[in-house]
Design a protein around this ligand. Structure first.
Ligand code: SF4
Ligand code: SF4
Length: 191
């Protein structure tokens, strides 16, 4: 049998220890939480990349992605060529009242048109307002964090190499044009 009152002493010791420790309570919303960069808050749509392939809507387990589109005929690129048809997006909406934040739509999009944003403060009083239409989904895009930096020893992605080559070419053409202009100005001043 233990010493009488030892249980009470132990309990008080635990209480004292806890009282003197720093509290972990976050005073939200006065203090904003520090979220990991890839937090699943809300989904942003970069509609320029969307080809209306419908994969995301088909794979969504909750059927909460609504897409409407129509077909448009594009004239041939060269004379004698064939006309082409392409899908034009009319509506893209996600119902966040149904979404379970599984991320499948983002994973399956073959064209990098959907992204996670860590924003989470979009509670609504009316459940219908939780259906975010394309304009709102686009607004979320500007809150998507930049991707993590590449490993410094990694090979440069071909897209970046191509973009750098194009930018260098443009800068060289611009410099040549400026030089030609300043040369012609100088000649004009001399004559
Ligand atoms: S995160 Fe999951 S549930 Fe939400 S829209 Fe995408 S696929 Fe559907
Ligand atoms: S999977 Fe991507 S490209 Fe296809 S409809 Fe969805 S967002 Fe658009």
């Amino acid at each position: 049998m233990g010493i009488p009152g030892s249980g009470l002493a132990k309990g008080l010791a635990v209480t004292l220890r806890t009282m003197t420790r720093k509290s972990h309570t976050a005073q939200y919303p006065d203090a904003q939480p520090e979220l990991p960069p890839r937090t699943r808050g809300v989904i942003g749509l970069f509609e320029e990349n969307c080809t209306v392939c419908m994969l995301c809507a088909r794979e969504c387990p909750d059927w909460c992605i609504y897409i409407d589109s129509h077909k448009e005929t594009v004239p041939p690129a060269a004379p004698g060529g064939r006309e082409r048809s392409r899908n034009v997006l009319d509506r893209f909406a996600i119902d966040f009242a149904l979404c379970m934040y599984c991320g499948i739509c983002i994973e399956v999009c073959p064209f990098d048109a959907l992204f996670w944003s860590p924003e989470f403060e979009y509670a609504e009083e009316d459940i219908r307002d939780l259906t975010h239409e394309r304009d709102k989904l686009r607004e979320w895009m500007w809150t998507v964090p930049a991707p993590p930096a590449l490993d410094p020893r990694a090979e440069e992605p071909k897209e970046i190499a191509a973009a750098r080559k194009a930018a260098d070419k443009l800068a060289a053409a611009e410099a040549a044009r400026a030089e030609a202009e300043s040369g012609s100005d100088g000649n004009g001043a001399a004559s």
